[in-house]
Design a protein around this ligand. Structure first.
Ligand code: AMP
Ligand code: GLY
Length: 423
């Protein structure tokens, strides 16, 4: 039995841990830092996900057999390199490959060099050049901070004034710190969005079941962006034809390009795609599992996650090792009232006895026997059913059984996907 360590402490990590627990090979699981809900499935250790020195010390002390580094920050900071240096095999890319998410300038230049379809763009290192460019740009236009910005580094400007404001606040006022030292300004694309998480061992790439995120806070995709308010899988826009095209035009070329650049990517490579009328385009790459995409993708995985993760780490991934069920899943996020702006925490979470779903805990802490809210996104309520229609209904029914003061959820998770299915 193997001793596993999962770095991270949100709903995504809870989903990874619940999936790993199903493996006959997996013994004890530690979560660094985990959270109050994850504590029911793993031993939580109070070490932050960015505290690489302490993570490495812990792995050495506990003789960890395998590590899963889930969030972007430690991956971009080189947590995998540091763990490998003391002989711990890891699921997750090295620092030189995590740059595919860590720098949008890098990823855009990579796509240009290797002919991978994405929005047309310009890179700016000086605010005056960016501001001059905005004089002749067409609108809406999309402004992206180069580095990590908690998912908030993308601004869609409807007209020049808003674009000027965005450039000034990112490059001059440094609202995203050094992440905004350089920016990308790119063409505004339109079409349905698809998230495709994939397993890759550096050479082979095996896509997982497709999913659809719901990033805005309010129904009808209105209001500010959040970390994600819910997901469904599979994504009905991602047909077999689209999948084949993405494999040939995007997935394989990306994995080959990274290898060619001496930045072999092993782990979960996340393709954020937009299906435009001219074909699929890459909106973003992430060097990790998506949150809350993982909360619908992994419950549909039939294969042993630990075996697949080891194959990615060893360079022995095979397509037939990754199987998904034919069903569908829906995850509805229950958030604190006020999220993504200011919100209060510390409210007790209770669950009725007849709750029928999977509860992934994102932001909660324990207080004796009680579970209290501690974050913006508090819970992900997932159900798996034969059809998407049933899963959506079941997830909302399950949400009714969960209680905490000010609980907020979107009421239309899956509505767009269901409408697409009816067309
Ligand atoms: P990201 O943080 O990179 O996932 O971007 C956030 C959201 O901004 C995406 O999910 C898209 O909805 C939107 N977005 C990013 N780039 C573009 C683009 N070039 N055209 C239109 N929308 C975009
Ligand atoms: N749900 C989007 C992300 O994980 O980046």
């Amino acid at each position: 039995m193997k001793k596993i360590m999962v770095v991270g402490g949100g709903g995504r990590e809870h989903a990874i841990i619940k999936a790993l627990k199903k493996s006959a090979e997996v013994g004890k699981i530690y979560a660094l830092p985990g959270n109050g809900g994850i504590a029911a499935d793993a031993e939580c250790v109070a070490i932050g996900a960015k505290d690489i020195d302490k993570i490495v010390d812990f792995a050495r002390r506990e003789k960890i057999d395998f590590a899963v580094v889930a969030p972007d920050d430690p991956l971009v900071l080189g947590a995998v390199d540091a763990l490998q240096a003391i002989g711990v095999p890891c699921f997750g890319p090295n620092k030189n490959a995590a740059i595919i998410e860590g720098s949008k300038v890098f990823s855009k230049n990579l796509m240009k060099k290797y002919g991978i379809p994405t929005a047309a763009y310009e890179v700016f290192t000086k605010p005056e050049d960016a501001l001059a460019y905005l004089e002749k740009a067409s609108y809406p236009t999309v402004i992206k901070a180069d580095g990590l910005a908690l998912g908030k580094g993308v601004i869609i400007a409807e007209e020049r004034e808003a674009a000027v404001l965005a450039v000034r606040s990112i490059m001059e006022d440094k609202i995203f710190g050094e992440s905004g030292a350089n920016i990308v300004i790119e063409e505004f694309l339109e079409g349905p969005e698809v998230s495709v998480l994939s397993f890759t061992d550096g050479t082979r790439v095996v896509p997982m079941i497709s999913s659809m995120d719901h990033k805005r806070i309010y129904d009808g995709d209105r209001g500010p962006n959040t970390g994600g308010m819910g997901t469904v899988a599979p994504n009905p826009y991602y047909t077999a034809d689209v999948a084949e095209r993405c494999m040939q035009e995007i997935f394989l070329p990306t994995v080959r390009a990274m290898k060619e650049e001496g930045r072999e990517f092993r782990g979960c490579l996340y393709f954020g795609l937009m299906l435009t009328k001219n074909g699929p385009r890459v909106i973003e790459y992430n060097c990790r599992f998506g949150d809350p995409e993982t909360q619908v993708v992994l419950p549909l995985l039939e294969s042993d996650l630990f075996t697949v993760m080891q194959a990615c780490a060893n360079g022995t991934l095979k397509e037939e090792d990754v199987r998904f069920s034919s069903g569908a899943a829906c995850c509805v996020v229950l958030a604190s009232n006020g999220y993504p702006s200011k919100y209060e925490t510390g409210f007790e979470i209770t669950c009725d006895a007849d709750f029928d779903g999977i509860l992934y805990v994102a932001g909660a802490k324990t207080d004796g026997e009680r579970l209290l809210t501690s974050g913006g996104r508090v819970l992900g309520v997932t159900t798996v059913r034969e059809t998407l229609c049933e899963a959506v209904a079941a997830s909302y029914e399950a949400c009714e059984k969960i209680h905490f003061e000010g609980a907020y959820c979107r009421r239309d998770i899956g509505a767009r996907a269901l409408a697409a299915l009816e067309q």
